[in-house]
Design a protein around this ligand. Sequence first.
Ligand code: ADP
Ligand code: MG
Length: 335
Amino acid sequence: MFSNTEIGIDLGTANTLVYSKNKGIVLNEPSVVAIDTETKTVLAVGLEAKSMIGKTPGNIVAVRPLKDGVIADFDVTTQMLKQIMKKAGKKLGFSIRKPNVVVCTPSGSTSVERRAIHDAVKSCGAKHVHLIEEPVAAAIGADLPVDEPIANVVVDIGGGTTEVAIISFGGVVSCNSIRIGGDQLDEDIVQFVRKKYNLLIGERTAEQIKVEIAYALVKHEELSMEVRGRDLVTGLPKTITLRSFEIQDAIKESLLHILEAIRATLEDCPPELSGDIVDQGVILTGGGALLNGIQEWLSNEIVVPVHIAPNPLESVAIGTGRSLEVIHKLQKAAR
Ligand code: ADP
Ligand code: MG
């Protein structure tokens, strides 16, 4: 029934990835679209569009159509998806002709949105289109034995959302999704710098600060970093030095919300599966898994082993691309 050209698309709030079974990750670009507001045309998608954020003249806006984990602007999302299919098609050459496509959609998307994503991909030349739940894709991509009747716990910390799910025998047993992820940490840093130093920094600068000197709530040797922004009093550019301890404090509350979501999901776990969690622990995927100290912090807090997926930023895309195999296997086993 399925041809061997299968690709998976991870339509993430921060990054969109395309994975092909034969070639691995063939595309990995920010989920950003640059639009000319006068002509309503799409000028660029992905990396090129991201580099325009906060730097464009009035009539050009760079938007992240999936920013908060729901599809804010449907037309723009569809256009982005089309461009992505086109780019991936070029890289894969003929092999992408009539591929079977599996798309991982944000869990906040409605059935209408899911239908529309399905149709958009189909209109780009896909033969069959399947949609998959994000935590299941993350678990498959992280090499967890999702087709076995044991509890697999996945915590995916993306840009717009954090998803926590317990998966067993190919399905989601219990899950929680909160609209706090890497973007919120960036926002926390922007607000902190504004309040404490009267300095306005952009979201890309905040992201750099996070990647370089932000820590989860663990002890560490203090780091510092020079940062430039606009002084809110004088209106002029200014440079300050930020320390990792103050940044840790700035993101604390958001991290505690993430911890709370993980705890709530674990408490929901059917007792028969609890034993598995004590043995197997929890696996972290998504870009947030790369935050300094997060593994140590979470394992101290939830007292079960915490692992980081081999390529946390790619787990969902890989799992999406491989999911058809797993689905076939499960269908066979059910017969
Ligand atoms: P999504 O699936 O929502 O598109 P991703 O899984 O691609 O999200 O993760 C993107 C988020 O991960 C962004 O908020 C980004 O800033 C964050 N991120 C990426 N690398 C790191 C890092 N080294 N440390 C902390 N956060 C990171
Ligand atoms: Mg994701």
